[in-house]
Design a protein around this ligand. Structure first.
Ligand code: GLT
Ligand code: MN
Ligand code: MN
Length: 387
């Protein structure tokens, strides 16, 4: 029996807002008391997590006085120090306050956009003061309910203007901070701009310093759009743009469920973990999820343990997949290599002429079987624990 005990080296992190979620939903009041941030730090350290993440207002209330802010930050720093924990990622809450009901960087009101920049600069200062090296932007309110209201071309320009402002602010301060932009298709807005990982990757290339910016994909968000999350993450990995990841679970196309990692679509979760591990992803494994609304605090810690344990179980399964002789033999038949033909697929006039004249046996190509049924069944048996 393997040891699935989480350790700091696994780089598991939780947002204060995840284990700290009080179970409010659009139909119901909170079901759990707020757990103080210092207690979250202590408890997560006990459970083997590496660090925590926060929004500015998860720690410092939006209307705190400077003196209150300093006291809260001091106590939080002490808790991190006492429990050998770290702040890994920071972000700005640009969605809770009514001021942001029409968005932050894309609000039709320039005062709101300017205030969003002011709030973001203070929040960046706070995150850096606490040691964060990754800064997430989730534009939850950047969108519309009616397209009568907002010019979507103009909105993207405002969005870019604000991101560029903050890129220059960070450089000017001499901070060593990377930005990770997080897409989501809808909720809380009817439609959110830059809804998918692909859209976000394209937007990043238009910013003043694309090298400073990557993505923070979330399982639930791509699944809300009915997309294959593993493919989205692969595209980010292939461009060295996976700066952070939000792990959780979600039934396809529903509201943002943020379930415990692995609670749904265990096969999808397996291929995701395999992708991350096979490609040497070295960043934090952040569980952006929360306990079912039915749970008390004990259930919250069961939830946190479950996220980490499932990740480690799937990591072990991925290792077994990579070492399974039958699976690997099948894969070596399936993934044929033809060095000459591969060479011919690099463009040159000679290769183009060669390819145009090459006699392909189209019928044989169409007749061959790829053995994916067998491969998938072997994978399933491995996952189901009978292999
Ligand atoms: C909010 C959202 C998450 C984002 C967080 C970061 S806030 O909980 O649902 O997906 O990652 O702003
Ligand atoms: Mn998220
Ligand atoms: Mn979510």
């Amino acid at each position: 029996m393997s040891d699935y005990t989480p350790k700091p080296e696994h780089k598991f992190t939780f947002g204060l807002w995840t284990v700290g979620n009080i179970g409010r939903d659009p139909f119901g009041e909170p079901v759990r008391p707020r757990i103080p941030p210092t207690r979250i730090v202590q408890k997560l350290a006990e459970l083997g997590a590496w660090g925590v993440n926060l929004h500015d207002n998860d720690l410092v209330p939006i209307d705190a006085t400077p003196a209150e802010r300093d006291r809260i930050v001091r106590e939080f720093k002490q808790a991190l120090h006492d429990h050998n924990m770290r702040l890994v990622m920071g972000t700005t809450n640009l969605f809770s306050d009514p001021a942001f009901k029409d968005g932050a960087f894309t609000s039709n009101d320039p005062k709101v956009r300017a205030y969003a920049l002011q709030k973001s600069m203070h929040a960046i200062d706070l995150a850096v003061e606490l040691g964060a090296e990754i800064y997430v932007f989730w534009g939850g309110r950047e969108g519309t309910e009616t397209d009568a209201a907002k010019d979507p071309v103009q909105a993207l320009q405002w969005y870019r203007e604000c991101m560029n402002f903050l890129i220059h602010y960070v450089k000017d301060q001499g901070y060593s901070l990377k930005f990770a932009l997080e897409p989501k298709p809808n909720e809380p807005r009817g439609d959110i701009f830059l809804p998918t990982v692909g859209a976000m990757l394209a937007f990043i290339e238009t910013l003043d310093d694309p090298s400073m910016c990557g993505v923070n994909p979330e399982v639930a968000h791509e699944h809300m759009a009915g997309l294959n999350f593993t493919h989205a993450v692969a595209q980010a990995i292939e461009r060295n743009k996976l700066f952070h990841i939000d792990l959780n679970a979600q039934k396809l196309t529903r509201y943002d469920q943020d379930f415990r990692f692995g609670a749904e679509d265990i096969k999808g979760a397996f291929f995701l973990v395999k992708l991350l591990e096979d490609n040497g992803y070295n960043g934090p494994r952040h569980f952006d999820a929360h306990a079912y609304r039915t749970e008390d605090e004990e259930g919250v810690w069961e939830f946190a343990k479950g996220c980490m344990r499932t990740y480690l179980i799937l990591k072990e399964k991925a290792e077994r997949f990579n070492q399974d002789p039958e699976i690997q033999e099948l894969l070596s038949q399936i993934r044929q290599w033809d060095v000459e033909l591969q060479e011919r697929m690099h463009y040159s006039r000679e290769n183009a002429a060669w390819l145009k004249a090459h006699p392909f046996d189209r019928a044989a190509l169409g007749a061959q079987g790829y053995h994916y049924e067998k491969l998938d069944q072997l994978t399933m048996e491995l996952l189901l624990g009978v292999r």
